[in-house]
Design a binder for this molecule. Structure first.
Ligand code: SF4
Ligand code: SF4
Length: 348
């Protein structure tokens, strides 16, 4: 079945997306190349600082179809990581340099091997992060997962576009806010988000429209105040993430006539300090089929690791990957604008 993007606009193919980001109009074509901006900042070619985070996209299937989704995930996506590929991941990540295993999707919980894999990674003593959309944990099939994750010390990082119902539901669909509040309360009840338990519960904010995220520290305080006063909910940290001009969000920018203005905003907000800390420097991204990428965004554009580095988990070679050259393009401006953006929030 065609993905949501394909139904809305002809941006379903990654090559077409890359073409749009680079050549959509004369103005877009005239924008300075990201590589030259990095060269001016003394960061080209961009090299890793070492692979500390092993981010695995275990599949594109999701119970939701959010407007901003860079994965174009949804219930009809059939790409799911197999047991065999997960075993190859386990073999590769069993190295002291790799400290953290970050599970993402789609809804990572929907991978049929999710529980087995979390158990295996936990035996290796790695820190585990699960990127949850919260609403999946409000279904009968997955309602026991919060306790399962708590028992294994899994850190939960979950999307909550805003602390108000209207803005959250506008981005993620009607009813999302109420379900999210219900699940956050369950997570709090079993100890998540409370300083004394060590069970980390982090929230992710991303803008609803074509603008950059506000200051992470002040927004975190606003979230803390409102979620506590309105619902008695606590959490540890808030990460602000800039929407990158790819996938469903690129479709929105093109359809709403905002692409040029948004790209211009990202480019004029280029921050060399933020560029130093882009997440591809300490992370490797593994796609559902075992392909290797510099980050989850490059994965969506099918820009595999290159320049002599292995491009599939079956050819894993830490030394070669540590000395690889990171593949860049115009979408990378989303990581270096303002305070910077990564899966762990601002980079400055
Ligand atoms: S919950 Fe996450 S993966 Fe699922 S559609 Fe929304 S943004 Fe995409
Ligand atoms: S989009 Fe990916 S490759 Fe580009 S700067 Fe961001 S993390 Fe690095």
């Amino acid at each position: 079945m065609k993905s949501l993007i394909a139904q809305q606009h002809d941006l379903s193919h990654p090559k077409r997306q890359i073409d749009v980001i680079n050549n959509h109009s004369e103005k877009v074509k005239s924008f300075e190349k990201f590589e030259s901006k990095m060269e001016e900042a003394g960061l080209y070619p961009l090299k890793p600082t070492g692979i500390e985070i092993f981010q695995i996209n275990v599949g594109y299937m999701c119970n939701m179809t959010c407007k901003h989704c860079h994965v174009d995930a949804g219930p009809d996506r059939e790409e799911i990581m197999t047991h065999e590929t997960l075993e190859q991941c386990l073999e590769a990540l069993d190295h002291p340099e790799i400290k953290t295993v970050d599970l993402t999707g789609g809804a990572p919980e929907m991978n049929p091997h999710f529980r087995w894999f979390v158990d295996e990674v936990s035996k290796l003593g790695k820190e585990i992060i699960v990127r949850s959309n919260l609403t999946i944990l409000d279904t009968r099939k997955f309602e026991d997962l919060p306790q399962f994750m708590a028992d294994r010390g899994v850190e939960i990082t979950c999307s909550l576009p805003f602390y108000s119902k209207r803005r959250t539901d506008a981005q993620r669909g009607e009813g999302t806010y109420d379900k999210s509040m219900k699940v956050l309360k369950v997570l709090n009840e079993i100890g998540y988000g409370k300083e004394e338990t060590g069970l980390l519960l982090n929230l992710v904010y991303n803008p609803v429209g074509a603008f950059l995220p506000p200051d992470q520290g002040s927004l975190k305080q606003q979230y803390k105040d409102r979620l506590w006063s309105d619902h008695g909910i606590v959490f540890n940290d808030l990460f602000t993430i800039t929407n990158l001009p790819i996938s469903r969000y690129l479709n929105f920018l093109v359809m709403s006539g905002n692409l040029e203005e948004y790209m211009e905003k990202l480019i004029t907000s280029f921050n060399p300090g933020a560029a130093q800390g882009v997440m591809c420097r300490n992370t490797i991204s593994i796609g559902w089929d075992g392909s290797l990428y510099d980050c989850d965004f490059n994965q969506m554009l099918q820009m595999k690791t290159n320049h002599g580095a292995p491009s599939h988990i079956s050819e894993w070679n830490l030394e070669k990957l540590n000395s690889r050259e990171i593949i860049l393009n115009q979408h990378c401006y989303g990581c270096t604008a303002g305070a910077g953006s990564s899966c762990g929030g601002a980079t400055t």
